[in-house]
Design a protein around this ligand. Structure first.
Ligand code: ZN
Length: 430
């Protein structure tokens, strides 16, 4: 029985493994967006080795274009580097809103993560930073992807987010007698440091902390501070000592400034940031992540998927201000990375945020840079992903049409390659 079982598992791994077909190769792009310069180059060839790493990029027909390798012909398409979403909840689904989430087991959440990782990759997002999951479900999904057992993007994951008792990242749905407390709750600088250590012990690549109240939690307000400056400083120092960056959920004006002053690496949501907060972010080089698409989803679909009435009311107060402050921060020159809060809305729709970013002040190429070079920089992966150049992974996506004039074409990505392996190709034969 056992050898048969082992053989079965092994065959399954081979069939699913994204790396199974890795071989040297090349992609010929009708157009290629150089995301550093924002220039659209014509008729380029990207060559990669058996490890799925780019060895050269240059005009087709030049000596750079290696002979003897299989070339994927995308001469009808526009290539860009694989997209990056720095704020996802890969194991959460919008159908888990409010009290419905209590019925989702930890194993079930992991299964959802497997489904969502595939949808995310196929939508053109070859890298994500996951900032918040129940227990360590996102660690399991990351490890499954890295082992080639399941299909999904490259992932940095946080595991459970840190938060105060009764705060946005606690679980406040049940009455006292259930003694329910989310696994990331820690009050006070030293317990918070211990929680950082515990989270790293169980596999976190990045620390997520809830600095202020939130929208989709019960009994708190987005503008209200939760962690103190002292607690945030302890978390940032402990995480950095252990080689981890920190992402702070902060809608509220004060919490945004506290997070930046504490040395946290990115402020998530940033909804109620003021001029002083923007100036501080610039001064400290802190990335701001504005999830400005999901407001539409929460207001249109939230009630249907079980979100609490108080959450819908909170979103009504915060959503528009967040978009206005996104424009302000961008015009002031703050660093902005592309993060969407996918999981609040369906995974795979991540690219819908590009049009919102353009509607609220960015040029299409700015929005694409936020989801490539800048996102890679925030993640600490600028030497691996975010641009197509020698030494970086051959993570290539392609669309028909020009995303620098119509960013909505990114909502229907037609070709996805991760590390030199084709995941999806709807451009072939055109
Ligand atoms: Zn989130």
């Amino acid at each position: 029985m056992r050898p048969f079982f082992m053989a079965f598992i092994f065959a399954g791994v081979i069939a699913l493994a994204p790396q199974a077909n890795a071989a040297p190769g090349a992609v010929r792009c009708g157009k290629l967006l150089d995301v550093r310069s924002g220039k659209l180059l014509t008729d380029q060839v990207i060559v990669f080795d058996a490890a799925g790493v780019v060895t050269s990029v240059g005009p087709a027909g030049s000596p750079l274009a290696a002979g003897g390798v299989t070339i994927v012909d995308l001469s009808s398409g526009t290539c860009i580097p694989g997209l990056i979403d720095v704020h996802t909840h890969i194991t959460a689904d919008p159908s888990d809103g409010g009290y419905r989430g209590l019925g989702v087991s930890v194993p079930e959440e992991t299964v959802r993560g497997v489904k969502n990782a595939r949808a995310t990759l196929r939508a053109g997002f070859t890298t994500i930073r996951n900032v918040g999951a129940t227990d360590y479900t996102d660690v399991a999904v990351r490890d499954g992807v890295n082992a080639g057992e399941i299909e999904g993007p490259r992932m940095l994951v946080s595991g459970p987010p840190l938060g105060i008792t009764g705060g946005h990242c606690d679980d406040n749905l049940l009455p006292y007698e259930f003694h329910r407390r989310a696994e990331g709750v820690a009050d006070g600088p030293w317990p918070a440091r211990a929680k950082v250590r515990e989270t790293v012990k169980y596999g976190a690549d990045v620390i997520k902390v809830c600095a202020s109240g939130g929208v989709l939690s019960k009994g708190d307000l987005p503008g209200t501070p939760q962690y103190t400056l002292e607690e945030l400083q302890a978390i940032a120092e402990e995480a950095h000592k252990l080689g981890r960056k920190v992402a702070a959920h902060a809608h509220g004006t004060q919490s945004i400034k506290d997070a930046i002053r504490a040395g946290i690496d990115s402020v998530e949501h940033s909804s109620l940031i003021d001029d002083e907060g923007i100036a501080l972010a610039k001064q400290h080089g802190t990335y701001l992540v504005f999830d400005i698409y999901n407001d539409d989803f929460i207001l249109q679909e939230g009630a249907k998927v079980g979100m609490l009435p108080e959450s819908i009311e909170k979103e009504k107060k915060v959503g528009r201000l967040q978009r206005e402050n996104f424009r302000k921060a961008w015009q002031a020159g703050a660093k902005i990375a592309f993060g969407t809060d996918a999981g609040v809305y369906p995974h795979g729709d991540n690219a819908k945020q590009f049009a919102k970013m353009v509607e609220w002040g960015m040029k299409p190429v700015d929005a694409i840079q936020a989801a490539t070079v800048k996102a890679a920089d925030l993640m600490g992966w600028a030497d691996k992903v975010g641009t197509l150049e020698p030494g970086h992974f051959a993570d290539v996506i392609a669309v028909s049409g020009d995303p620098t004039s119509d960013v909505k074409v990114l909502e229907s990505v037609q070709f996805v390659m991760k590390g030199g392996v084709v995941v999806k190709n709807q451009l072939a034969g055109k």
